[in-house]
Design a protein around this ligand. Structure first.
Ligand code: DWN
Ligand code: SAH
Length: 405
């Protein structure tokens, strides 16, 4: 295949096998018509972009039944309040301010601009989550972002001071069109700010579950520099984040318009020292994924052999990759507990494990919980002290470091 960014010839360095749509929770009568594609990651040696070879059509993933609602984590609600405050304090100056967010979901971040009286607009193709945002005073248009949407926004609302995004840039296959849209939309000194799961963290933790249909890219600073340079944008700041198992916030502006923070060269040097630009790093990642799979299947098989009840905690998108790659089905996990109504009483994509409301877990503790929402570990451990203290055991599919079992 050709690199989605620079058109260099690239090929996948491994396969995770056939995968369903990560957020397509289904009913029993839908099992026969389930969509599968082969999940194969590739690395471009020219522009350093980590990407997947085949991505299903975005309309199959983002629609009026989208299953992920951002507000399901209280920690993330706090994070987005802080993100909005940081943008307002550091990057918004002057009068008649206007902020646009790509992938604004249920309004978890824009709510805070609305509360400050700052003009805002969400661009959100999944109609059901955009509708939820309305309850929080957040205005959205139900569209995919790109140059046409940008031109529409400029004609209806004017140019923006900031174009914001969180956990969405890595979902969009045609980033050249996003950069063109940003160029149309932003005022001359406007900034593009986005954060996404960080490639360095994924490699360090072997958190291969960050790779699934929606996540067509896993970014590093090295790759983000190359992706946007072709469109006249430069990276002016980088801020590591703890969210989603390790993320990075990228701040970009038109070349020469803003000062560049020293953290940019610092983090790029760290990435080179960690070998993020080298193909051998990805060959090692493949071996790490295989070891991670063997560990997890071994632990769950031991639980089963000991006659212990295991349930999954959090029907995350990420868990679709883990469960399907490792071949973990309802023989090893009785059900998955999740607080999101649209996922409940359905079955997990591909492996068809029942998804039950949280009350099923709280009302009848299993022996062991598989922490599929491992990225929300602090929040969940604080909430589940009673389970842990009465002897409940936790297994994390992604232990904190490679050496930990
Ligand atoms: O990039 C993306 C991120 C931001 O969100 C999207 N592509 C889709 C989604 O990914 P995810 O599904 O892996 O995200 P989370 O935040 O890890 O999902 C957590 C899941 O666990 C939700 O379904 C809610 C559930 N949950 C729960 O049942 N009890 C979460 C918490 C914190 C809880 O206490
Ligand atoms: N920003 C939120 C939601 C992330 S999930 C958070 O961090 O929690 C990704 C969101 O991006 C989904 O709501 C999806 O519908 C939306 N999305 C996907 N492709 C998009 C595109 N091309 N333009 C705008 N939004 C998009």
């Amino acid at each position: 295949m050709k690199c989605r960014i620079c058109q260099h010839a690239i090929s996948a360095f491994m396969t995770f096998g056939p995968m369903p749509i990560a957020n397509c929770f289904l009913t029993q009568d839908e099992f026969g018509s389930e969509f599968f594609f082969e999940l194969k990651p590739a690395f471009c040696e020219r522009c350093y972009t980590f990407q997947i070879e085949n991505q299903p059509d975005p309309e199959l993933m983002f629609h009026d039944q989208y299953a992920f609602f951002s507000r399901t984590s209280v920690f993330m609600q706090r994070h987005f309040r802080a993100y909005a405050d940081w943008v307002a304090d550091n990057h918004l100056r002057g009068d008649d301010l206007f902020v646009v967010e790509i992938g604004s979901n249920d309004g978890i971040m824009l709510e805070h601009f609305a509360n400050r009286g700052i003009r805002h607009l969400g661009v959100e193709p999944s109609a059901n989550v955009a509708e939820e945002a309305r309850k929080f005073g957040v205005e959205s248009i139900v569209r995919f972002f790109g140059p046409e949407t940008a031109a529409y926004i400029v004609s209806e609302y004017g140019q923006a001071d900031s174009l914001l995004a969180a956990n969405v840039m890595c979902h969009i296959p045609d980033l050249n069109s996003i950069a063109k849209g940003a160029d149309l939309l932003l005022k001359p000194a406007g900034v593009l700010i986005f954060e996404d799961p960080y490639l360095g963290s994924m490699l360090e933790k072997t958190s291969y579950d960050q790779i699934y249909d929606e996540h067509v890219f896993i970014f590093s600073a090295l790759s983000v520099v190359n992706i946007f340079a072709a469109h006249g944008f430069e990276l002016i700041d980088l801020l590591p984040q703890e969210t989603h198992g390790g993320s990075m916030r990228y701040v970009l502006a038109r070349k020469g318009v803003r000062d560049i923070s020293s953290s940019v060269s610092g983090i790029i040097n760290d990435e080179k020292a960690a070998g993020l630009h080298l193909p051998e790093t990805y060959r090692q990642f493949k071996r790490d994924c295989e070891a991670s799979k063997a560990r997890l299947v071994g632990l769950l098989t031991d639980e089963k052999d000991a006659g212990r009840r295991v349930v999954g905690y959090g029907a995350t998108s990420k868990s679709t990759t883990i469960l399907n790659y490792c071949g973990i089905g309802a023989d090893l996990i009785e059900y998955i507990s999740d607080t999101t109504p649209i996922k409940q009483h359905k079955f997990s994509p591909g492996m068809h494990i029942p998804v039950k409301p949280y009350e099923a877990f709280a009302g009848d503790y299993p022996d062991t919980a598989l922490l599929l929402a491992w990225n929300h570990q602090l929040e969940i451990m604080a909430k589940e002290k009673a389970f842990s203290s009465q002897g409940g055991k936790w297994i994390s599919p992604i232990p904190d470091s490679k050496s930990k079992t």
